[in-house]
Design a protein around this ligand. Structure first.
Ligand SMILES: [Ca+2]
Ligand SMILES: [Ca+2]
Ligand SMILES: [Ca+2]
Length: 511
């Protein structure tokens, strides 16, 4: 999403965010005095970007029904959200999810003069019961998560904001980047807000430092403990992962559009002594013993053969290495399910059960093939599939569970700009989409938009039914109104695939 901190009306909306907070409305004098404190401003912004507890900017929704509002994935910038909120007299704008909240918070913080950036954490834990472990409970057989038992959850990714400041309330070490999270997840002092939590304190496991540092620590570094409810009703602890949560923590590079990996700012390398020390410091010293895997002589990996495109078949290989000295006979069950990015389970797409025999020192592999027909129609907004494999050792009944989240990639869109981009002069964009699916898609449609390039969204005419392997093309005409570096967004959607999109940079000369 574009952060539009220099757009008309955004500064006014950002000041309105402060003026409409609970603090400003109930105690304006104290609020005015505290406005030179970045910690205070960040807490206000974190609370006010979500509409929970107040008249905050964005109304969240995660259930897939976005009627009466904008689907969270369809927002392209924060300007329209802030402007709408202001024009409607501070009515929460429907609908947002974490990346929308973060983009709006980042815009508002920058607008108010606090350096900020959006950060994405992959495999982000939500530690509901605050014990710093992500405990997952599965039912044997279907490998379904037991919702009534589950107090924790895991999001495929979660987006928050970092703000840069001096922490005058803390020792000097903790100046610098602080996590500020506007997505309503847990209440702090009775209100949905989170942060600022010093990133360095998260790394060191110093979770008692303010604010919500323990919550952020668990998001990036909780251990995972797997539990399995067996067919006879008994509950068994399976293996534990110390390196599963918190992957590829990323922000946008300052100098380019590339991803910058900042995982090292949040934790010591997984597998290092320092990482375990930080975890122990975070209050888990007593549990360190439990972190050891129950079946250390077994190493299990889930691999996919090639990149997974929506429309293609997908082979998932369960690769088992026997590191011990005894032959192992294992019962394998693998299940693939469609999931939302917040980890909510959808339909079972595919299941495979068999027996595996692995000789000492050997590697054995079993493949589950998921066809397009198995998952078509079940995919949620972000095309995520979760594959879970459970191995049960036949002789002693020991359990080992492995899981992998697979993003089914979206096909590419080709966009070409024709003509010299000059303010006030008409140019063309040619776009094409090739259908990679084994079936014909229908209701195909292109959309274009771009601030300074076209005042309105354009819907060029194009063939709506596209056969397998065929390309649909369209041409749109528009007249740039602003010079400088501009971005053209082209989107394609059809009955089977949504969110095929491409962002093209257009350098517009003044006339
Ligand atoms: Ca709020
Ligand atoms: Ca927990
Ligand atoms: Ca870890």
């Amino acid at each position: 999403m574009f952060l539009c901190m220099f757009a008309d009306g955004v500064l006014e909306a950002s000041l309105d965010v402060l003026d409409n907070s609970h603090e400003a409305l109930t105690n304006p004098v104290e609020d005015a005095i505290k406005r030179d404190d970045p910690v205070y401003i960040c807490r206000i912004v974190s609370a006010m970007i979500n509409s929970n507890d107040d008249c905050g900017v964005v109304l969240g929704r995660w259930n897939g029904d976005y009627s009466g509002g904008v689907r969270p994935l369809d927002w392209t910038g924060s300007e329209e959200i802030l402007r709408t909120w202001r024009l409607t007299g501070y009515e929460p704008v429907p609908y947002g999810q974490c990346w929308v909240y973060a983009a709006v918070a980042c815009t508002v913080l920058r607008c108010l003069g606090i350096p900020a950036r959006c950060v994405t954490n992959y495999l982000s834990a939500h530690d509901g019961d605050k014990n710093l472990t992500y405990d997952r409970y599965y039912r044997e057989g279907e490998l379904e998560l037991l919702k009534d038992q589950q107090r924790d959850s895991i999001w495929s990714f979660h987006v928050w904001v970092e703000a840069w400041m001096a922490r005058e309330d803390l020792p000097q070490d903790y100046n610098g980047w602080q996590v500020v999270d506007p997505t309503p997840q847990e209440r702090s002092e009775g209100v949905y807000l989170c942060g600022p939590a010093p990133v360095l304190a998260v790394k060191r496991g110093e979770i008692s430092l303010p604010y919500e540092t323990a919550f952020v620590f668990a998001e990036v570094n909780a251990d995972v403990v797997n539990w399995v409810r067996m067919a006879d009703g008994s509950l068994h602890r399976a293996n534990c992962f110390t390196n599963y949560i918190g992957k590829s923590i990323s922000s946008k590079s300052v100098t380019s559009d590339e991803r910058e990996d900042i995982t090292h700012l949040y934790k010591f390398p997984e597998g290092s002594h320092e990482e375990r020390e930080a975890y122990a410091r975070a209050g888990m010293a007593l549990r360190r013993e439990e972190s050891h895997q129950k079946m250390p002589e077994l190493a299990v990996r889930l691999r996919i053969s090639r990149s997974a495109f929506v429309g293609s078949s997908l082979d998932v290989h369960t690769v088992v290495r026997n590191k011990g000295h005894q032959r192992m006979v294992l019962e394998l069950t693998s299940v693939a399910r469609a999931v939302t990015y917040t980890g909510q389970c959808g339909v079972e797409c595919c299941k495979h059960s068999c027996e595996m025999v692995v000789e000492p020192g050997e590697v054995s592999r079993e493949t589950m093939r998921m066809k397009y027909e198995d998952y078509a129609g079940h995919l949620t907004d972000l095309n995520l599939i979760r594959v879970t494999s459970l191995l049960k050792e036949k002789e002693f009944g020991e359990l080992f569970l492995e899981e992998r989240h697979i993003t089914m990639e979206i096909p590419k869109l080709e966009v070409m700009i024709i003509g010299e981009p000059i303010v006030g002069r008409e140019i063309k964009a040619e776009m094409s989409f090739t259908n990679p699916l084994p079936v014909t898609v229908t209701r195909g449609k292109f959309h274009l938009e771009g601030e300074g390039l076209s005042e309105m969204q354009i819907h060029p005419s194009s063939p709506t039914d596209i056969e397998s392997g065929e390309a649909a093309t369209a041409t749109a005409t528009f007249t740039p109104s602003l010079s400088g570096i501009r971005f053209l967004f082209v989107k394609f959607e059809c009955n089977r695939i949504k969110d095929v999109q491409k962002k093209s940079r257009v350098i517009v000369q003044s006339n």
